[in-house]
Design a protein around this ligand. Structure first.
Ligand SMILES: [Zn+2]
Length: 209
């Protein structure tokens, strides 16, 4: 998870999100198996309108695992941070929407808690909450963090499944690839690579090859 800054909610969404959310909540209440689908607004689906904005927020990376680029197999999709079934009124809430890879969309929604970290949380820094284990590519809560922050990190790893679905092996692979680069190439490489939060650290720790 790499920190990012959320831009202001687009006016058209600010104007309609409550009404659209209430509409979905009502349909879901009438039929528990009602399936969410994005509304059409002025000839275009809302998710298609929002994708470029959310993609700009995370520079095209998955908001949760930082995967990049999102191509075949990991097509970008918009995730509802607070799951749709439990928070139907928030399905169009700007703060609840994130660019997300297909793998991360399979997060454990049933276990959702407000404790999960968000990349656009103003105080979020990877190193405050997590450590990276070079031996196996996994993330762990930072043992030096406060008990509250350690618990938040633990829940984030577990619910967003940051240590499964091939992510640890992919982290190790990307770090090895990065280490093989010439020093001059490194800073231009990072924005186009997954796991930026690890590579920035890596560049600080071992500035030359
Ligand atoms: Zn992801």
């Amino acid at each position: 998870m790499t920190p990012c800054c959320r831009p202001a909610c687009p006016d058209w969404l600010a104007e309609h999100w409550e009404e659209w959310g209430a509409e979905f909540a009502q349909r879901l209440a009438a039929n528990v198996s009602y399936c969410f689908s994005w509304k059409q607004w002025h000839g275009q689906r809302v998710n298609q309108r929002l994708l470029p904005l959310l993609s700009a927020m995370t520079e095209g990376h998955c908001a949760y695992c930082d995967w990049f680029p999102m191509d075949t197999g990991t097509d970008p999709t918009i995730d509802h941070f607070k799951p749709k079934a439990r928070f139907p009124h928030q399905v169009y809430c700007w703060d609840n929407l994130y660019l997300c890879c297909r793998h991360c969309q399979e997060k454990a929604d049933d276990d959702y808690t407000d404790q999960i970290l968000r990349p656009d949380e103003p105080s979020f820094r990877f190193a405050v909450f997590f450590i990276y284990n070079y031996s196996d590519g996994t993330l762990s809560p930072n043992p030096d963090a406060s008990a509250v922050n350690r618990e938040r990190a633990r829940l984030t790893i577990e619910i967003l499944k940051l240590n499964s679905r091939g992510r640890p092996a992919a982290r190790k692979r990307e770090i090895n690839r990065f280490r093989a680069l010439a020093a001059a190439e490194r800073s231009t490489w990072i924005p186009l690579s997954p796991f930026r939060y690890l590579l920035w650290d890596e560049m600080r720790e071992s500035p030359s090859v």
